[in-house]
Design a protein around this ligand. Structure first.
Ligand code: FAD
Length: 460
Protein backbone atom coordinates (compact mmCIF):
# COMPACT_ATOMS: atom_id res chain seq x y z
CA UNK A 1 0.00 0.00 0.00
CA UNK A 2 1.33 3.45 -0.90
CA UNK A 3 0.99 5.93 1.97
CA UNK A 4 0.90 9.46 0.64
CA UNK A 5 2.09 12.09 3.09
CA UNK A 6 0.77 15.54 2.20
CA UNK A 7 2.70 18.69 3.10
CA UNK A 8 1.45 21.06 5.78
CA UNK A 9 -0.31 24.26 4.82
CA UNK A 10 2.59 26.24 6.33
CA UNK A 11 5.12 24.60 4.02
CA UNK A 12 2.77 25.05 1.04
CA UNK A 13 2.49 28.76 1.88
CA UNK A 14 6.26 28.99 2.08
CA UNK A 15 6.64 27.47 -1.39
CA UNK A 16 3.96 29.85 -2.69
CA UNK A 17 5.94 32.80 -1.37
CA UNK A 18 9.11 31.58 -3.13
CA UNK A 19 7.45 31.24 -6.54
CA UNK A 20 6.83 33.91 -9.16
CA UNK A 21 4.26 31.62 -10.76
CA UNK A 22 1.14 30.19 -9.10
CA UNK A 23 0.77 27.17 -6.86
CA UNK A 24 -2.60 25.48 -7.29
CA UNK A 25 -4.50 23.22 -4.92
CA UNK A 26 -7.72 21.28 -5.71
CA UNK A 27 -9.98 24.05 -4.39
CA UNK A 28 -8.46 26.68 -6.70
CA UNK A 29 -10.59 27.65 -9.67
CA UNK A 30 -7.76 27.22 -12.24
CA UNK A 31 -6.98 23.74 -10.90
CA UNK A 32 -9.20 21.74 -13.29
CA UNK A 33 -7.91 23.56 -16.35
CA UNK A 34 -4.32 23.03 -15.19
CA UNK A 35 -4.79 19.27 -14.73
CA UNK A 36 -6.35 18.79 -18.17
CA UNK A 37 -4.01 17.18 -20.67
CA UNK A 38 -4.42 16.16 -24.31
CA UNK A 39 -5.56 12.57 -23.71
CA UNK A 40 -9.00 12.73 -22.02
CA UNK A 41 -8.56 9.15 -20.79
CA UNK A 42 -6.22 10.61 -18.17
CA UNK A 43 -8.28 12.11 -15.34
CA UNK A 44 -5.93 12.53 -12.37
CA UNK A 45 -5.83 14.87 -9.39
CA UNK A 46 -2.42 16.01 -8.19
CA UNK A 47 -2.17 17.44 -4.65
CA UNK A 48 -0.29 20.48 -5.96
CA UNK A 49 0.33 22.04 -9.35
CA UNK A 50 3.32 24.39 -9.44
CA UNK A 51 2.78 26.60 -12.50
CA UNK A 52 6.36 27.71 -13.04
CA UNK A 53 7.36 30.81 -14.98
CA UNK A 54 11.14 30.56 -14.51
CA UNK A 55 14.02 28.22 -13.68
CA UNK A 56 14.01 29.55 -10.11
CA UNK A 57 10.36 28.50 -9.77
CA UNK A 58 11.25 25.04 -11.02
CA UNK A 59 14.11 24.76 -8.52
CA UNK A 60 11.87 25.95 -5.65
CA UNK A 61 9.11 23.48 -6.54
CA UNK A 62 11.53 20.62 -7.09
CA UNK A 63 13.36 21.20 -3.78
CA UNK A 64 9.98 21.34 -2.03
CA UNK A 65 8.79 18.11 -3.61
CA UNK A 66 11.96 16.29 -2.60
CA UNK A 67 11.95 17.68 0.95
CA UNK A 68 8.30 16.67 1.38
CA UNK A 69 8.88 13.20 -0.11
CA UNK A 70 6.22 13.79 -2.75
CA UNK A 71 5.90 12.02 -6.06
CA UNK A 72 7.08 14.55 -8.63
CA UNK A 73 5.86 14.75 -12.22
CA UNK A 74 6.96 17.12 -14.98
CA UNK A 75 4.56 18.63 -17.49
CA UNK A 76 5.79 20.20 -20.71
CA UNK A 77 3.12 20.44 -23.40
CA UNK A 78 0.91 17.82 -21.68
CA UNK A 79 0.52 15.96 -24.97
CA UNK A 80 1.97 12.54 -24.27
CA UNK A 81 -0.61 9.79 -24.82
CA UNK A 82 0.56 7.89 -21.72
CA UNK A 83 -0.19 10.91 -19.52
CA UNK A 84 2.79 10.40 -17.23
CA UNK A 85 3.12 14.12 -16.58
CA UNK A 86 0.27 13.85 -14.07
CA UNK A 87 -0.28 11.50 -11.12
CA UNK A 88 -2.87 11.44 -8.33
CA UNK A 89 -1.77 13.12 -5.07
CA UNK A 90 1.60 14.17 -6.53
CA UNK A 91 3.33 17.49 -7.11
CA UNK A 92 3.05 18.39 -10.79
CA UNK A 93 5.81 20.76 -11.87
CA UNK A 94 3.97 22.45 -14.71
CA UNK A 95 6.33 24.11 -17.17
CA UNK A 96 3.60 25.16 -19.58
CA UNK A 97 3.69 28.86 -18.55
CA UNK A 98 7.40 29.01 -19.55
CA UNK A 99 6.89 30.40 -23.06
CA UNK A 100 10.12 32.24 -23.84
CA UNK A 101 11.46 31.95 -27.41
CA UNK A 102 14.51 33.83 -28.64
CA UNK A 103 15.52 33.51 -32.29
CA UNK A 104 19.07 34.42 -33.34
CA UNK A 105 18.65 34.98 -37.10
CA UNK A 106 22.38 35.61 -37.65
CA UNK A 107 23.62 32.35 -36.17
CA UNK A 108 20.35 30.58 -37.05
CA UNK A 109 19.74 29.28 -33.56
CA UNK A 110 16.81 29.40 -31.14
CA UNK A 111 16.54 29.37 -27.34
CA UNK A 112 13.22 27.89 -26.29
CA UNK A 113 11.62 27.39 -22.88
CA UNK A 114 9.91 24.07 -22.06
CA UNK A 115 6.28 25.29 -22.08
CA UNK A 116 6.44 26.22 -25.75
CA UNK A 117 4.40 24.19 -28.24
CA UNK A 118 5.42 23.70 -31.86
CA UNK A 119 2.94 26.17 -33.33
CA UNK A 120 4.44 28.93 -31.17
CA UNK A 121 8.03 28.00 -32.01
CA UNK A 122 7.26 27.84 -35.75
CA UNK A 123 5.60 31.25 -35.68
CA UNK A 124 8.65 32.93 -34.16
CA UNK A 125 11.21 31.11 -36.32
CA UNK A 126 9.24 31.61 -39.54
CA UNK A 127 9.21 35.37 -38.94
CA UNK A 128 12.90 35.05 -39.95
CA UNK A 129 12.30 32.40 -42.66
CA UNK A 130 13.71 29.72 -40.36
CA UNK A 131 12.53 26.46 -38.78
CA UNK A 132 13.85 23.33 -37.10
CA UNK A 133 12.56 19.76 -37.22
CA UNK A 134 9.39 19.82 -35.13
CA UNK A 135 6.19 17.92 -34.50
CA UNK A 136 3.37 17.93 -37.02
CA UNK A 137 0.62 19.04 -34.60
CA UNK A 138 0.77 22.67 -33.44
CA UNK A 139 -0.15 22.03 -29.79
CA UNK A 140 2.42 19.26 -29.16
CA UNK A 141 5.03 20.30 -26.58
CA UNK A 142 8.54 21.10 -27.74
CA UNK A 143 9.95 19.60 -24.51
CA UNK A 144 8.62 16.05 -24.45
CA UNK A 145 8.93 15.67 -28.21
CA UNK A 146 12.58 16.74 -28.20
CA UNK A 147 13.52 14.63 -25.18
CA UNK A 148 12.09 11.51 -26.87
CA UNK A 149 13.70 12.18 -30.26
CA UNK A 150 11.38 14.12 -32.55
CA UNK A 151 10.17 13.52 -36.11
CA UNK A 152 8.45 15.99 -38.44
CA UNK A 153 8.06 17.29 -41.97
CA UNK A 154 11.74 18.28 -42.18
CA UNK A 155 13.17 14.97 -40.91
CA UNK A 156 14.42 13.62 -44.21
CA UNK A 157 16.28 16.84 -44.89
CA UNK A 158 17.58 17.75 -41.43
CA UNK A 159 17.28 14.61 -39.29
CA UNK A 160 15.41 14.20 -36.02
CA UNK A 161 14.76 17.07 -33.61
CA UNK A 162 17.60 15.80 -31.40
CA UNK A 163 19.96 16.04 -34.37
CA UNK A 164 19.24 19.79 -34.25
CA UNK A 165 19.51 20.18 -30.48
CA UNK A 166 22.65 22.17 -29.62
CA UNK A 167 22.40 22.39 -25.86
CA UNK A 168 20.05 22.33 -22.88
CA UNK A 169 19.87 23.76 -19.35
CA UNK A 170 18.97 20.98 -16.94
CA UNK A 171 17.98 20.90 -13.27
CA UNK A 172 19.43 17.67 -11.98
CA UNK A 173 18.13 15.31 -9.31
CA UNK A 174 20.50 17.14 -6.92
CA UNK A 175 18.69 20.40 -7.68
CA UNK A 176 21.65 21.92 -9.57
CA UNK A 177 21.18 23.82 -12.83
CA UNK A 178 23.76 22.59 -15.34
CA UNK A 179 24.40 23.08 -19.04
CA UNK A 180 24.63 20.10 -21.37
CA UNK A 181 25.99 20.01 -24.92
CA UNK A 182 28.51 17.97 -26.91
CA UNK A 183 31.24 19.94 -25.12
CA UNK A 184 29.85 20.16 -21.59
CA UNK A 185 28.34 17.28 -19.59
CA UNK A 186 28.37 15.44 -22.90
CA UNK A 187 27.24 12.13 -21.36
CA UNK A 188 24.09 13.81 -20.06
CA UNK A 189 23.54 15.52 -23.41
CA UNK A 190 23.73 12.14 -25.14
CA UNK A 191 21.03 10.80 -22.79
CA UNK A 192 18.81 13.83 -23.27
CA UNK A 193 18.75 13.05 -26.99
CA UNK A 194 16.07 10.37 -26.86
CA UNK A 195 15.68 9.42 -23.18
CA UNK A 196 15.67 12.92 -21.72
CA UNK A 197 12.70 12.71 -19.35
CA UNK A 198 14.80 10.40 -17.15
CA UNK A 199 17.69 12.65 -16.17
CA UNK A 200 16.43 16.02 -15.00
CA UNK A 201 14.15 18.93 -15.78
CA UNK A 202 15.11 20.85 -18.90
CA UNK A 203 14.43 24.56 -18.48
CA UNK A 204 15.84 25.73 -21.82
CA UNK A 205 16.56 24.14 -25.20
CA UNK A 206 18.91 25.52 -27.86
CA UNK A 207 18.25 24.47 -31.46
CA UNK A 208 19.88 24.77 -34.86
CA UNK A 209 17.54 26.46 -37.35
CA UNK A 210 17.45 26.16 -41.14
CA UNK A 211 16.07 28.37 -43.91
CA UNK A 212 12.58 27.04 -44.79
CA UNK A 213 10.21 28.76 -47.20
CA UNK A 214 8.81 31.32 -47.89
CA UNK A 215 6.83 28.49 -49.53
CA UNK A 216 7.05 24.74 -49.41
CA UNK A 217 5.06 22.17 -51.39
CA UNK A 218 2.68 20.54 -48.96
CA UNK A 219 -0.72 18.98 -48.36
CA UNK A 220 -2.02 15.53 -49.22
CA UNK A 221 -3.48 13.36 -51.93
CA UNK A 222 -6.40 11.05 -51.13
CA UNK A 223 -7.34 7.70 -52.68
CA UNK A 224 -10.34 5.50 -51.85
CA UNK A 225 -9.53 3.06 -49.06
CA UNK A 226 -10.13 0.08 -51.33
CA UNK A 227 -6.89 1.08 -53.11
CA UNK A 228 -4.84 0.87 -49.91
CA UNK A 229 -2.73 -2.10 -51.00
CA UNK A 230 -1.61 -0.41 -54.23
CA UNK A 231 -1.04 2.94 -52.51
CA UNK A 232 1.02 1.54 -49.61
CA UNK A 233 3.06 -0.70 -51.92
CA UNK A 234 3.84 2.29 -54.12
CA UNK A 235 4.59 4.50 -51.10
CA UNK A 236 7.00 1.94 -49.63
CA UNK A 237 9.18 1.95 -52.73
CA UNK A 238 8.73 5.64 -53.55
CA UNK A 239 10.02 7.05 -50.26
CA UNK A 240 13.21 4.96 -50.43
CA UNK A 241 14.30 6.68 -53.64
CA UNK A 242 12.95 10.21 -53.15
CA UNK A 243 15.23 13.19 -52.39
CA UNK A 244 15.80 14.38 -48.81
CA UNK A 245 13.72 17.50 -49.46
CA UNK A 246 10.62 15.29 -49.46
CA UNK A 247 9.11 13.84 -46.30
CA UNK A 248 5.92 11.85 -46.94
CA UNK A 249 3.58 9.94 -44.61
CA UNK A 250 0.82 7.50 -45.57
CA UNK A 251 -2.39 7.18 -43.54
CA UNK A 252 -5.71 5.37 -43.49
CA UNK A 253 -8.32 7.79 -42.18
CA UNK A 254 -11.94 8.89 -42.37
CA UNK A 255 -12.59 12.32 -43.89
CA UNK A 256 -14.83 14.78 -41.98
CA UNK A 257 -17.65 13.92 -44.43
CA UNK A 258 -17.34 10.24 -43.57
CA UNK A 259 -15.34 8.75 -46.47
CA UNK A 260 -12.67 6.18 -45.70
CA UNK A 261 -9.51 7.03 -47.64
CA UNK A 262 -5.82 6.31 -47.82
CA UNK A 263 -3.83 9.53 -47.90
CA UNK A 264 -0.26 10.43 -48.67
CA UNK A 265 0.65 13.67 -46.93
CA UNK A 266 3.82 15.41 -48.06
CA UNK A 267 6.17 18.28 -47.39
CA UNK A 268 8.78 19.20 -50.01
CA UNK A 269 11.12 21.85 -48.59
CA UNK A 270 13.12 22.65 -51.76
CA UNK A 271 12.52 24.30 -55.13
CA UNK A 272 8.77 24.21 -55.84
CA UNK A 273 8.99 23.23 -59.52
CA UNK A 274 11.37 20.38 -58.77
CA UNK A 275 9.06 19.36 -55.93
CA UNK A 276 6.13 19.20 -58.31
CA UNK A 277 8.07 16.77 -60.51
CA UNK A 278 9.14 14.69 -57.51
CA UNK A 279 5.56 14.24 -56.26
CA UNK A 280 4.00 13.73 -59.72
CA UNK A 281 4.17 9.88 -59.44
CA UNK A 282 2.02 10.12 -56.29
CA UNK A 283 -0.75 11.51 -58.50
CA UNK A 284 -0.55 8.51 -60.85
CA UNK A 285 -1.03 5.62 -58.42
CA UNK A 286 -4.72 5.38 -59.25
CA UNK A 287 -7.64 7.78 -59.44
CA UNK A 288 -7.43 10.17 -56.46
CA UNK A 289 -10.60 11.39 -54.77
CA UNK A 290 -8.82 14.66 -53.97
CA UNK A 291 -5.45 16.20 -54.75
CA UNK A 292 -4.71 18.81 -52.10
CA UNK A 293 -0.97 19.10 -52.79
CA UNK A 294 -0.06 22.73 -53.44
CA UNK A 295 2.43 25.45 -52.46
CA UNK A 296 1.83 26.78 -48.97
CA UNK A 297 3.71 28.29 -46.08
CA UNK A 298 5.50 26.02 -43.64
CA UNK A 299 3.11 27.18 -40.90
CA UNK A 300 0.11 26.17 -43.05
CA UNK A 301 1.74 22.77 -43.52
CA UNK A 302 2.27 22.51 -39.75
CA UNK A 303 -1.48 23.04 -39.30
CA UNK A 304 -2.80 20.33 -41.67
CA UNK A 305 -2.96 17.63 -38.97
CA UNK A 306 -3.69 19.87 -35.98
CA UNK A 307 -7.47 20.05 -36.26
CA UNK A 308 -7.69 16.26 -36.47
CA UNK A 309 -6.03 15.86 -33.05
CA UNK A 310 -8.00 18.06 -30.64
CA UNK A 311 -7.91 18.01 -26.86
CA UNK A 312 -10.82 16.22 -25.22
CA UNK A 313 -10.96 12.81 -26.94
CA UNK A 314 -10.07 9.39 -25.57
CA UNK A 315 -6.83 8.10 -27.06
CA UNK A 316 -5.01 4.77 -27.07
CA UNK A 317 -1.93 4.01 -29.16
CA UNK A 318 0.14 1.10 -30.36
CA UNK A 319 3.16 1.54 -32.61
CA UNK A 320 6.23 -0.22 -33.92
CA UNK A 321 9.27 0.55 -36.06
CA UNK A 322 10.48 -1.44 -39.02
CA UNK A 323 13.32 -1.44 -41.54
CA UNK A 324 10.91 -2.67 -44.22
CA UNK A 325 7.20 -2.49 -44.98
CA UNK A 326 6.55 -6.04 -46.10
CA UNK A 327 3.68 -7.25 -48.27
CA UNK A 328 2.39 -9.08 -45.18
CA UNK A 329 2.39 -5.87 -43.13
CA UNK A 330 0.45 -4.11 -45.90
CA UNK A 331 -1.99 -7.03 -46.03
CA UNK A 332 -2.70 -6.72 -42.27
CA UNK A 333 -3.16 -2.95 -42.52
CA UNK A 334 -5.52 -3.39 -45.49
CA UNK A 335 -7.52 -5.94 -43.48
CA UNK A 336 -7.92 -3.86 -40.30
CA UNK A 337 -8.21 -0.28 -41.61
CA UNK A 338 -11.71 -0.66 -43.13
CA UNK A 339 -13.06 -2.07 -39.82
CA UNK A 340 -11.94 0.90 -37.73
CA UNK A 341 -14.54 1.53 -34.98
CA UNK A 342 -14.05 5.30 -34.75
CA UNK A 343 -13.91 7.92 -37.54
CA UNK A 344 -11.26 9.80 -35.53
CA UNK A 345 -8.75 6.94 -35.55
CA UNK A 346 -5.84 7.18 -37.96
CA UNK A 347 -3.39 4.47 -38.98
CA UNK A 348 -0.20 6.28 -39.94
CA UNK A 349 2.85 4.87 -41.71
CA UNK A 350 5.78 7.23 -41.69
CA UNK A 351 8.68 6.54 -43.99
CA UNK A 352 11.79 8.58 -43.25
CA UNK A 353 14.78 7.31 -45.22
CA UNK A 354 16.81 10.52 -45.28
CA UNK A 355 19.23 12.41 -43.03
CA UNK A 356 17.85 10.77 -39.88
CA UNK A 357 19.12 7.36 -41.07
CA UNK A 358 22.66 8.60 -41.69
CA UNK A 359 23.42 9.11 -37.99
CA UNK A 360 25.15 6.28 -36.12
CA UNK A 361 22.84 4.38 -33.72
CA UNK A 362 25.07 5.10 -30.71
CA UNK A 363 25.42 8.82 -31.49
CA UNK A 364 22.25 9.59 -29.50
CA UNK A 365 20.14 7.71 -26.97
CA UNK A 366 17.59 7.22 -29.79
CA UNK A 367 18.96 4.05 -31.38
CA UNK A 368 16.76 2.99 -34.29
CA UNK A 369 18.44 4.92 -37.09
CA UNK A 370 17.96 2.08 -39.56
CA UNK A 371 14.19 1.84 -39.00
CA UNK A 372 12.78 3.72 -41.96
CA UNK A 373 9.14 2.93 -41.21
CA UNK A 374 6.99 3.65 -38.18
CA UNK A 375 3.54 2.04 -38.09
CA UNK A 376 1.30 3.95 -35.67
CA UNK A 377 -2.20 2.85 -34.73
CA UNK A 378 -3.57 6.07 -33.26
CA UNK A 379 -6.98 5.24 -31.87
CA UNK A 380 -9.17 8.16 -30.88
CA UNK A 381 -12.85 8.29 -29.93
CA UNK A 382 -15.24 10.58 -28.11
CA UNK A 383 -17.16 8.67 -25.46
CA UNK A 384 -15.60 6.55 -22.71
CA UNK A 385 -18.49 4.10 -23.31
CA UNK A 386 -16.76 3.17 -26.57
CA UNK A 387 -13.37 2.55 -24.97
CA UNK A 388 -13.47 -1.26 -24.80
CA UNK A 389 -14.32 -1.64 -28.48
CA UNK A 390 -11.66 0.82 -29.64
CA UNK A 391 -8.93 -0.53 -27.40
CA UNK A 392 -9.68 -4.11 -28.45
CA UNK A 393 -9.52 -3.22 -32.16
CA UNK A 394 -6.15 -1.51 -31.62
CA UNK A 395 -4.75 -4.46 -29.70
CA UNK A 396 -5.98 -7.01 -32.24
CA UNK A 397 -4.58 -4.95 -35.11
CA UNK A 398 -1.21 -4.55 -33.40
CA UNK A 399 -1.09 -8.23 -32.46
CA UNK A 400 -1.43 -9.18 -36.15
CA UNK A 401 0.90 -6.45 -37.43
CA UNK A 402 3.77 -6.80 -34.96
CA UNK A 403 5.25 -10.05 -36.38
CA UNK A 404 5.69 -8.23 -39.71
CA UNK A 405 7.64 -5.29 -38.25
CA UNK A 406 11.39 -5.72 -37.72
CA UNK A 407 11.26 -4.35 -34.19
CA UNK A 408 11.86 -1.37 -31.94
CA UNK A 409 9.57 1.43 -30.90
CA UNK A 410 9.84 5.22 -30.70
CA UNK A 411 9.59 6.05 -26.99
CA UNK A 412 7.16 8.94 -27.58
CA UNK A 413 4.68 6.49 -29.12
CA UNK A 414 4.57 4.27 -26.03
CA UNK A 415 1.36 4.23 -24.04
CA UNK A 416 1.01 3.44 -20.31
CA UNK A 417 3.88 1.10 -19.26
CA UNK A 418 1.40 -1.18 -17.42
CA UNK A 419 -0.35 -1.73 -20.76
CA UNK A 420 2.77 -1.92 -22.91
CA UNK A 421 4.65 -4.48 -20.81
CA UNK A 422 8.24 -4.50 -19.51
CA UNK A 423 10.07 -5.43 -22.70
CA UNK A 424 8.92 -2.36 -24.62
CA UNK A 425 11.43 -0.01 -23.02
CA UNK A 426 14.23 -2.39 -23.96
CA UNK A 427 12.80 -2.37 -27.46
CA UNK A 428 12.83 1.43 -27.44
CA UNK A 429 16.51 1.72 -26.55
CA UNK A 430 17.99 -1.55 -27.85
CA UNK A 431 21.79 -1.62 -27.72
CA UNK A 432 21.87 1.78 -25.93
CA UNK A 433 19.86 0.57 -22.95
CA UNK A 434 22.77 -0.48 -20.67
CA UNK A 435 24.54 2.83 -21.25
CA UNK A 436 21.33 4.62 -20.24
CA UNK A 437 21.12 2.61 -17.02
CA UNK A 438 24.70 3.67 -16.19
CA UNK A 439 23.77 7.29 -16.91
CA UNK A 440 20.70 7.00 -14.70
CA UNK A 441 22.90 5.66 -11.88
CA UNK A 442 25.13 8.70 -12.27
CA UNK A 443 22.48 11.43 -12.61
CA UNK A 444 19.42 10.06 -10.79
CA UNK A 445 20.33 7.04 -8.63
CA UNK A 446 17.24 7.51 -6.42
CA UNK A 447 14.97 7.56 -9.49
CA UNK A 448 13.38 10.88 -8.53
CA UNK A 449 12.41 11.28 -12.19
CA UNK A 450 10.34 8.12 -12.48
CA UNK A 451 7.04 9.26 -13.95
CA UNK A 452 8.14 8.74 -17.54
CA UNK A 453 9.09 5.78 -19.74
CA UNK A 454 11.39 4.90 -16.91
CA UNK A 455 14.95 3.65 -17.11
CA UNK A 456 15.31 2.31 -13.59
CA UNK A 457 18.75 2.62 -11.97
CA UNK A 458 20.05 -0.86 -11.11
CA UNK A 459 19.93 -0.09 -7.40
CA UNK A 460 16.12 0.32 -7.32
C1 FAD B 1 -1.53 14.55 -31.55
C2 FAD B 1 -0.07 14.20 -31.36
C3 FAD B 1 0.82 14.44 -32.40
C4 FAD B 1 2.17 14.12 -32.25
N1 FAD B 1 3.02 14.35 -33.29
C5 FAD B 1 4.32 14.05 -33.16
C6 FAD B 1 5.24 14.30 -34.22
O1 FAD B 1 4.88 14.83 -35.26
N2 FAD B 1 6.53 13.95 -34.04
C7 FAD B 1 6.97 13.36 -32.90
O2 FAD B 1 8.16 13.07 -32.80
N3 FAD B 1 6.13 13.11 -31.87
C8 FAD B 1 4.82 13.44 -31.99
N4 FAD B 1 3.97 13.19 -30.96
C9 FAD B 1 4.46 12.53 -29.74
C10 FAD B 1 5.07 13.58 -28.82
O3 FAD B 1 6.41 13.74 -29.18
C11 FAD B 1 4.97 13.13 -27.36
O4 FAD B 1 3.64 12.99 -27.00
C12 FAD B 1 5.70 14.08 -26.42
O5 FAD B 1 5.95 13.41 -25.20
C13 FAD B 1 4.89 15.33 -26.15
O6 FAD B 1 5.63 16.21 -25.36
P1 FAD B 1 4.87 17.17 -24.32
O7 FAD B 1 5.88 18.05 -23.71
O8 FAD B 1 3.71 17.79 -24.99
O9 FAD B 1 4.32 16.09 -23.31
P2 FAD B 1 4.20 15.93 -21.73
O10 FAD B 1 3.07 14.98 -21.56
O11 FAD B 1 4.14 17.23 -21.04
O12 FAD B 1 5.56 15.23 -21.35
C14 FAD B 1 5.93 13.96 -21.85
C15 FAD B 1 7.06 13.38 -21.00
O13 FAD B 1 8.21 14.22 -21.07
C16 FAD B 1 8.60 14.65 -19.76
N5 FAD B 1 8.96 16.07 -19.84
C17 FAD B 1 8.21 17.04 -20.40
N6 FAD B 1 8.87 18.21 -20.33
C18 FAD B 1 10.04 17.95 -19.72
C19 FAD B 1 11.18 18.75 -19.37
N7 FAD B 1 11.23 20.05 -19.66
N8 FAD B 1 12.22 18.17 -18.74
C20 FAD B 1 12.20 16.84 -18.46
N9 FAD B 1 11.16 16.03 -18.78
C21 FAD B 1 10.10 16.58 -19.40
C22 FAD B 1 7.37 14.41 -18.89
O14 FAD B 1 7.71 14.18 -17.57
C23 FAD B 1 6.73 13.20 -19.54
O15 FAD B 1 7.31 12.02 -19.06
C24 FAD B 1 2.63 13.54 -31.05
C25 FAD B 1 1.73 13.32 -30.01
C26 FAD B 1 0.40 13.64 -30.16
C27 FAD B 1 -0.55 13.34 -29.05
Amino acid sequence: MVVTVQPSSASIDELRSRMRGTLLQPADYQYDAARTIWNAMIDRRPALIARCVSASDVIAAFEFGKAENMEITIRGGGHNVAGQCIVDDALMIDLSPMKGIRIDPVNRTARVEPGVVWGEFDQEAQAFGLATVGGTVAHTGVAGLTLGGGFGWLTNKYGMTIDNLLSADVITAEGDLIHASVDENSDLFWGLCGAGANFGIVTSFEYQLHPVGPQILGGMILYPLDQITEVLTFYRDFIQSSPDELTAYAAALTTPDGHQVVAIAICYCGDLEQGDQVVEPLRQIGTPVADLIRPSTYQEQQAILTQASPYGRQNYWKAGLSRTLSDDAIRVIAEFAPQVPSPFTVTVITGTAGANTRILPDATAYVHRDAVFNAMLLSSWESSEDSDQNIQWTRDFYHELRPHLTGGVYVNDLDDPADEGKTRLLEAYGANYDRLVDLKMKYDPENVFRHNQNIAPQAT
